[in-house]
Design a protein around this ligand. Structure first.
Ligand code: KIV
Ligand code: ZN
Length: 529
């Protein structure tokens, strides 16, 4: 009989540790709800002692989500465990994830300790966590480089102390699949009480082996996998959820299954990418935009003759829409409502009326409306107090002109505007934003992609900016590439500490206008500009 593999999702903890990918509590709750609908078994919601924001997020997710187990990370430290238990108090099903380094590198250079002392601390942490919850997972950090015999002693001791799950992380992504598989097998064969706990794989992708190592772990006895959406995570990332789920589904003969609703994978992947402002690489397995695109003539011909000639997974199995065109300007309100419901938006009649008005404007500018366009339309229409938004953007460019951009932004009840020149329209617009902020922002990365294809398409821009040593990511979508670029820039800068000092830093009295002015008054002011 097929064996169940538990999916432990750590997008909101290990995934969120990526610089520039930080989410606020509301965003984390939105993702947690989608993870629940996707069918994950455990959600690692955060590391409560690390910050008040993480504490609040674990608490909010515990209240918002009821089906999966909610897990909170700690070090093997009593205070961490107490705070985690407090953050988890409202969770219907809760787990504390505590642990300590297991490799000699960590024992010596991180803890300046000895193997025996580390064993005692590991055991004590599990015992202490069991005072608060029945479900305690222990992680043996850097197990990938730990001595197997010592690791087996550690696993035995923590299970005896009450650990229900033992995580064997390849923290540095060092292992090869055979090594990692052999490590799990060694533990299965040498830990006397191994049947009292579930062994979990937690692999990092530094050598591109995370998924292969995780599968090797499963084949050798592990029954839980720690994964993230899109493989997002520290450095080269973690094992990706979609890859493991689809490997087990595609290779049923291996004898394992998960509870993942695979048709929801693509939507969750897009949501996480958008919210974390982290693009999915085009050739990413399962969810990349090229994952099901056949470009060579031979392949196209082969797929048309018989899909399975070149496809091992049907795109609809992971929720990639068969046809990306879903609505046009001639579509009615009922059709719009139907597609919005499929995307998870439940609107009142009044809200639908407003959304339909926006839809008609969008459909006037764009021939075919896709799911991505609808998501952008809905996310853009949510109230964004204190979020900088573009009110007007005007560009003058083309040869032999020198590009000039005028940008007008709404922020916190005021409109700000500035004009700048640049070496291209995007550069001019970014310089105009910098002028409003009175700051020089360092643009580290700029990436533009068309979401589907053709010149009618929506442009998706991703930027990474640096300000005072911190990195911020931003996304922007629009049929106009310069507008998409400025949206991405503002999206990235929104989280940066550049807005509070804005008031008083305008270039002339006309450059800051109360947003409460009527459109007519604003236009008048614009004429004096
Ligand atoms: O990679 C790792 O070792 C971890 C642990 C904290 C579980 O993320
Ligand atoms: Zn990790």
């Amino acid at each position: 009989m097929s064996k169940k593999i538990f999916i432990f999702d750590t997008t909101l903890r290990d995934g969120e540790q990526v610089p520039g990918c930080q989410l606020n509590t509301e965003e984390k709750v939105v993702i947690a709800r989608q993870l629940e609908a996707l069918g994950v078994d455990i959600i690692e919601a955060g590391f409560p002692i690390s910050s008040p924001g993480d504490f609040k997020s674990v608490e909010a997710i515990s209240q918002a989500v009821s089906e999966p187990v909610i897990c909170a990370l700690t070090r093997a430290v009593e205070k961490d465990i107490e705070v985690a238990a407090q953050a988890l108090q409202h969770a219907r099903r809760k787990r504390i994830h505590t642990g300590i380094g297991a490799s000699d590198y960590h024992i010596k250079y991180k803890f300046n300790s000895t193997r025996e002392e580390i064993l005692q601390r590991a055991e004590a942490a599990v015992r202490y966590a069991r005072r608060f919850v029945d479900d305690v997972e222990f992680y043996a950090e850097d197990a990938g480089r730990a001595d197997d015999e010592f690791l087996a002693r550690m696993v035995e001791r923590v299970i005896a102390a009450g650990a229900t799950v033992v995580n064997i992380p390849d923290t540095t992504g060092y292992c090869l699949p055979e090594m990692y598989g052999a490590k799990i097998r060694y533990l299965m064969n040498h830990v006397s009480n191994i049947d009292k706990a579930i062994i979990s794989c937690h692999c990092h992708n530094d050598l591109g082996m995370a998924t292969a190592n995780t599968i090797a772990g499963i084949l050798n006895g592990a029954r839980q996998v720690e994964v993230t959406i899109n493989g997002i995570g520290e450095r080269a990332g973690n094992t990706s959820l979609e890859e493991v789920a689809m490997i087990l589904k595609t290779h049923k003969h291996l004898g394992f299954h998960t509870h993942i609703q695979s048709q929801k994978i693509y939507a969750v992947s897009q949501l996480v990418s958008r919210m974390m402002r982290m693009p999915v690489q085009p050739n990413k397995a399962i969810v990349g935009r090229n994952a099901f695109a056949h470009s060579s003539g031979i392949h196209q011909d082969g797929v048309l003759k018989h899909r399975e000639n070149y496809e091992i997974i049907a795109p609809e199995d992971v929720g990639i829409p068969q046809s990306s065109i879903i609505l046009t300007a001639r579509s009615g309100k009922a059709a719009l409502n139907h597609h919005l419901r499929m995307l998870g938006y439940q609107l009142s009649q009044q809200e639908l009326q407003k959304a339909y008005a926006k839809f008609l404007v969008l459909a006037d500018n764009k021939k075919d409306i896709t799911q991505d366009d609808l998501r952008e339309m809905m996310e853009g229409s949510q109230a964004r107090t204190h979020k900088p938004t573009i009110k007007r953007l005007q560009i003058l460019c083309g040869k032999p002109l020198h590009p000039v951009a005028t940008v007008e932004l709404a922020y916190n009840g005021y409109l700000y505007r500035a004009s700048e020149t640049g070496n291209g329209p995007v550069n001019a617009a970014y310089r105009a934003v910098d002028r409003i902020l009175n700051k020089k922002i360092h643009l580290e990365e700029y990436l533009v992609q068309s979401i589907t294809n053709g010149s009618y398409d929506t442009a998706q821009v991703h930027v990474r900016v640096e300000h005072k040593g911190r990195t911020y990511n931003g996304f922007g979508l629009d049929t106009d590439i310069v507008v998409a670029s400025v949206k991405a820039y503002l999206n990235a800068l929104h989280a940066a500490p550049v807005w509070d000092s804005l008031i008083g830093q305008v270039n002339s009295p006309n450059d800051r206008i109360p947003a409460s002015l009527t459109e007519q008054q604003a236009i008048k002011l614009n004429h004096t500009y």
